[in-house]
Each structure stands twice: as structure tokens, then as C-alpha cells.
Design a protein around this ligand. Structure first.
Ligand code: ADP
Ligand code: MG
Length: 465
């Protein structure tokens, strides 16, 4: 799916107000009746229908008149709401090139106001295999297209919460900066996915570090569940950073041992094949360290690791990620595995324009760097930006209004959470900046000039606006 952020600049306050109204309406309508959109938007001078037409033109909403005249958000519409909220919070001011296309995510560079390059990950659950999930619709309570956005939001929140908690416990992960809807903002890892690294100077060290991480995660009560060469980044000093957390599970999960063994096996296999490492054999041949070898192998046995499930629960809750959220997303992930051989069925076209679905972590797709200051938008959030942080696309019964004034308890809690998150975000940005300064990149020839050219382009554009 193309993300043309330029269109953001042409959208007025009222456009966003109506887009927000559609989002709010989707709390309890798969397709939001046009007149409900109008009621929620409460535009002073009317004109909701005209604005809906404009949103439709930009593919931010989808029109459905099969049962009644109604609308729902597309992923692009959801992208715009998230990006707008993050812009208003001052997390970034420009969107740069796309640096990754995952099976269920799109990854972009973004530029913070002080010139730091950060990473924005847009989750797109269901993009590839959402049609393989008829059986899973049950738990989604038949809220099919609504739910893909909801599940993507959960994936983003989970990723943000885990990244933050793991970072606080000293794990090498990107710094979690902020999260809105299905979008997570984090620091940029200066390095490459291990899969792209043909040679290592110290493959044994890297291997041991990685295996050590899996063990340490388990000691903290967690299993990554997708610990492979695509989700391990490595910099020029062969420092390892792990990424991609939406599928993590607790060590108390019923399949925990299987997931743990699979993560370990995956790393073994890769190092054996790519770097000709024969870890176990080496240790066994070394007679002098036979007992060490035994101990080492023991460490890799799930049953002999001292695990403490629930260790990170408090931290996760502090980011707003609840047990119920985890249950919902686990149901999706597990259903996904079971149903992955099913066939596509085209009855749900949430991603109308998803021609380029290919799962690949390799070639970046060029996207114009765009400063996103809008001519007619004040910097601070205004009535229509409410969307802001209420993240209304969660299951709920309140209809609310597009200025977010439904005053529910949930919103009050959200406000408190938002305040806390704002504080955290500032800290995270500061730490991301600190981290950037520390990194010296030997491979930087590959990226030479990227930051400065990005900056100058952005600045030029910003001046024009
Ligand atoms: P997916 O869930 O779709 O696999 P990932 O989080 O693994 O998404 O990201 C896909 C790719 O995007 C990664 O392999 C990596 O190349 C790039 N990427 C993701 N996060 C970062 C980051 N913080 N810094 C640099 N590159 C990143
Ligand atoms: Mg990945």
C-alpha cells in the first residue's frame, strides 16, 4: 500500500473531524451510517457528505451501500489519523523513505523536530493472510474489517509496551518513543538485519550473545517466538539489537517450551549454515571443558532455566497494555498459525489498494520525504484532533463525539495515561538522541549522506510551507 503523506497537507480541519467521526463510529459499527458520521462530527456549518466524498477520493474511507449508506476507515485513513496525532504531539515532523516491508507492517524513517531520524512502524495485521481467517471471525464478533484495525492497534501497543519494558531491563532493543493506534515510533537501529550480513568477524561471540538473549528473555518470563535472522539487527561493531515483538509470549504459555526450542533451533541452524559454526560439536570435542559443555547445553534446556513469569507485567500495564489485550492478540496469532494454509477469500477488501503485498525485508520502497506541516493547521491539537490520544477504535459502546467530549471514565483514565506517556516520550526521545551520538558506524559508507540529505530536503520543503 502506498503511503502518500502529501495528501495530508491538503486535508482541512473539517476533513479530519469527519475522518475522526468515522473512526469513533467504528467503535460499534462495522460500516458507520453516513448520518451517524454527521451526528458525531457535529460540524458547525454542515457539509459532512461533501467532506466524506473528499475522504473517499483520497481513499481514506471506504464507501459501502450494500445495507445502508455507510463508511469505514481504510488502512490509509487509519495511517493518517495516527500520523496526524503523532505530528500534533511533536514526535516527528516529516516522513522519509520506507526502509522495510514486512508481511504485516510497513516501516518508514521519520524525522523528529530536532533532526533525529526515528523509525515509524505501521502494523498491518491481516494484510496478507486476513482472508484466511474465516474461522477466527467468531472471536472477532463479526466485526471483520473493524477488527483488523483494532488488532493492528493491539499489535502496535504490545510492541511499544514490550520494547519499553525490555529496554528498561537492559535488553538491546530500539528505544520505544511513542505509539498511536497501529503505529509505533522507535529509535533507528544503525545496522542491518543479520540475514543481510554475509560475514562476521566474531561469529562465535555474536552467536553466544544471541543465545544468551533468548535465555535471559526466558529468565524474565518471555519468549520472543520469532527470533530469527530477520529480527536481529547487527551494527558494524557486531553489536546485536533485537526487534519485532508483537508475537512474544509468556513462559507460562502452554506451548512455551516449543516456542523456546524453536527460537534456539532457528539461531543454531542459521549460524551453522551461514557461518559454518558447529557449536555443540566444538564444545564436545574440547575435552578439557567437557563439564562446561554440559553446563552450557543445560542452560539451553527450557526446563533448567529459572523463569519468572509475570516479571514485566507492571511495566506492560504502565504502557496501557492489559491482559485482555494480550488475550485478544494471542487469539489472532494462534488462529493465524492454524489457518495459514487456508485460501484467500476476497470478501473483505479492507486494503483495496494493496497491490504490493510482497513480504520482504530487503528493498526499500522509495517515498518522497515530506514535511508534514499543514498550511491551515495550528501546531497544537485542536477540536478535530482529538483523535489525538483517545485512540477511539477500541471496542466500546459509547458513541462519543468527534471532539472527544463524551467524558467517559475510560477517557479520564486515558488522559492520565496520556500524561504519563507524554513524559515517557520526552525521555525516550532524549535517550534516542543520546544513543545516536554514541554509535559510530563503520559501515556508514552505505548510508553516507543519508541523514544530511534527508535533513536538507526536509528543510527545503519545510521552508516552502
Ligand atoms: P515485521 O513485523 O513486518 O517483520 P520488523 O519490525 O521485523 O517488521 O521490521 C522489518 C524490517 O524493518 C527489519 O528487518 C529492519 O530491516 C527494519 N527495521 C525495523 N525496525 C527498525 C529500526 N528500529 N531501525 C532500523 N531498521 C528497522
Ligand atoms: Mg520482522
Amino acid at each position: 500500500m502506498k503511503l502518500d503523506v502529501n495528501a495530508l497537507r491538503y486535508l482541512s480541519k473539517e476533513d479530519f473531524r469527519v475522518l475522526t467521526a468515522v473512526e469513533l463510529g467504528m467503535r460499534n459499527h462495522e460500516i458507520v451510517p453516513a448520518e451517524l458520521v454527521d451526528r458525531i462530527a457535529r460540524l458547525k456549518h454542515g457539509g459532512t457528505y461533501k467532506l466524506l466524498k473528499n475522504l473517499l477520493k483520497h481513499k481514506l474511507v471506504h464507501h459501502d451501500s450494500s445495507k445502508y449508506d455507510g463508511f469505514r476507515l481504510t488502512y490509509l485513513g487509519y495511517d493518517f489519523l495516527a500520523i496526524k496525532a503523532l505530528l500534533n504531539r511533536g514526535v516527528f515532523s516529516a516522513v522519509g523513505r520506507q526502509i522495510g516491508v514486512g508481511k504485516e507492517s510497513d516501516i518508514f524513517e521519520v524525522l523528529s523536530e530536532d533532526g533525529t531520524i526515528l523509525v515509524m512502524k505501521l502494523h498491518r495485521l491481516g494484510r496478507v493472510s486476513f482472508r484466511a481467517v474465516k474461522s477466527k471471525r467468531d472471536y472477532l464478533c463479526h466485526r471483520s474489517s473493524y477488527s483488523w484495525l483494532y488488532l493492528s492497534r493491539l499489535a502496535a501497543l504490545k510492541e511499544y509496551a514490550f520494547m519499553k519494558a525490555l529496554g528498561e531491563h537492559g535488553f538491546p532493543v530500539p528505544t520505544a518513543i511513542d505509539c498511536s493506534r497501529h503505529c509505533v515510533v522507535m529509535s533507528l537501529v544503525q545496522g542491518y538485519p543479520l540475514v543481510q550480513v554475509k560475514q562476521l568477524q566474531n561469529p562465535d561471540d555474536v552467536f553466544e550473545t544471541i543465545i544468551g538473549l533468548i535465555v535471559r528473555l526466558a529468565e524474565h518470563g518471555l519468549i520472543h517466538c520469532d527470533f530469527n535472522e530477520f529480527n536481529i539487527m547487527i551494527d558494524d561493531n557486531e553489536k546485536v539489537t533485537m526487534i519485532d515483538f508483537p508475537q512474544m509470549v509468556s513462559v507460562s504459555h502452554r506451548n512455551a517450551k516449543m516456542y523456546f526450542d524453536r527460537d534456539i533451533e532457528c539461531v543454531f541452524k542459521f549460524f551453522r549454515k551461514r557461518y559454518n559454526l558447529s557449536y555443540e560439536e566444538e564444545r564436545e570435542q574440547d575435552e578439557g571443558s567437557a563439564s562446561v559443555a554440559g553446563e552450557e547445553r543445560d542452560k539451553l534446556r527450557f526446563s533448567s532455566i529459572e523463569k519468572s513469569a509475570g516479571f514485566l507485567d507492571k511495566e506492560l500495564a504502565a504502557s496501557g497494555f492489559t491482559r485482555k489485550n494480550e488475550e485478544d492478540i494471542q487469539k489472532y496469532i494462534e488462529g493465524e498459525k492454524e489457518g495459514s494454509d487456508d485460501e484467500y477469500d476476497d470478501d473483505d477488501d479492507d486494503d483495496d489498494d494493496d497491490e504490493d503485498n510482497e513480504a520482504s525485508d530487503s528493498e526499500p520502497v522509495g517515498v518522497q520525504i515530506s514535511s508534514l506541516k499543514m498550511a491551515d493547521e495550528p501546531e497544537e491539537s485542536s477540536g478535530c484532533n482529538v483523535v489525538g490520544d483517545k485512540e477511539p477504535l477500541a471496542p466500546g459502546n459509547e458513541e462519543g463525539t468527534a471532539d472527544g467530549s463524551d467524558g467517559s471514565e475510560e477517557d479520564e483514565n486515558d488522559e492520565e495515561l496520556t500524561k504519563r506517556l507524554n513524559k515517557e516520550r520526552k525521555r525516550a526521545i532524549a535517550s534516542a538522541q543520546g544513543r545516536r551520538k554514541l554509535i559510530t558506524s563503520r559501515n556508514s559508507y552505505k548510508d553516507k549522506g543519508r541523514k544530511s540529505s534527508l535533513n536538507s530536503k526536509v528543510q527545503r520543503q519545510a521552508l516552502q510551507w
